[in-house]
Ligand binder design. Sequence first.
Ligand code: ACO
Length: 330
Amino acid sequence: MNTLGSGLKIIGSGTAIADQSLTNQDLSNIVETSDEWIQSRTGMRQRYICSANENLASLGVKAGQKALAMAGLQPDDLDLIILATSTPDDLFGSAAQIQGGLGATRAFAFDVTAACSGFVVGLNVAAQFLRTGVYQRVLLVGGDVLSRWVDWSDRTTCVLFGDGAGAVVLQRQAQDNLLAFEMYTDGSGNGCLNLPYQAVPQPLTAGKTVAQGTYQPITMNGREVYRFAVAKVPEIIEKVLFKAELTTADLDWVILHQANQRIMDAVGDRLAIPLEKMISNVGNYGNTSAASIPLALDQAVREGKIKEGDLIALAGFGAGLTWAASVVRW
Ligand code: ACO
């Protein structure tokens, strides 16, 4: 029986950004938009997108290597790799490509699909394996390459998204630094945000068809998503804090899914959390979906903002609809 205890801690973080920056000015050469419109509605100035030389797995491997280096671990120390993504390089899953790329030969690897909630969902999934003592060390990667799935002629969506990957290493320990989590799904709102497969019936043989279509670009009801986020995110943060027997005043930092500065400001406002505690990098990276929280987390750690012992609320929200929150002690 292992004696390490039934808790866990994040012991390293890392990120990988895509290889091309795309500014608001660049976007105004592609669709009818302007830097002023994008900045005033979203807070975004630029985002990074993958060229054909890069993919989700290559970003995930780089982010994973940096997280392992911070943790002082080797790939072979990992028991499990969880990849939170909605844009795998391979529909069979891309976690195995990251496992292979890292050379983490002992680790089992699988994908979790929960759009922009994916990183927080992945964290809560990883915790189950660590708390039960099944595994000792887990690499959690959140990454997305939504530039592949955006309609670059649709100005209502193409200005919002960027590509990237972030990773954390989680280790089992006696004290539990994941103080509480909450997760919700509301499938009745599924039509608000989709990247749907569109089947095209094709005759196969007498009386039989197959449905060989393709995925359609992202569609979004921006106003509905905005309303959903501003209503549900403050609520879930209050719930997760209540569960952890904490209040907003106890928090050192809040890291929301970086969908839009206006959403983050509205959530901070509703919870009366001072702006300086709300970590934001949406201006530089846009909405990187499952990567956005680990990107912001890693940046704040490396800048020396987040310090040992700090209390952080994380909250993801997006397609599904899903929303998820965790309170962690760094
Ligand atoms: N440039 C210039 N004009 C634009 C653009 C653009 N890129 N996009 C839309 N417009 C126009 C519209 O056509 C509309 O014009 P009209 O009044 O002549 O019809 C006008 O701007 C206003 O459009 P709205 O959609 O009402 O703009 P809104 O103020 O709602 O802002 C936005 C749009 C930024 C998308 C907002 O709704 C929002 O932030 N929603 C949340 C979206 C989000 O965060 N999604 C991702 C979350 S989940 C996930 O991460 C996967």
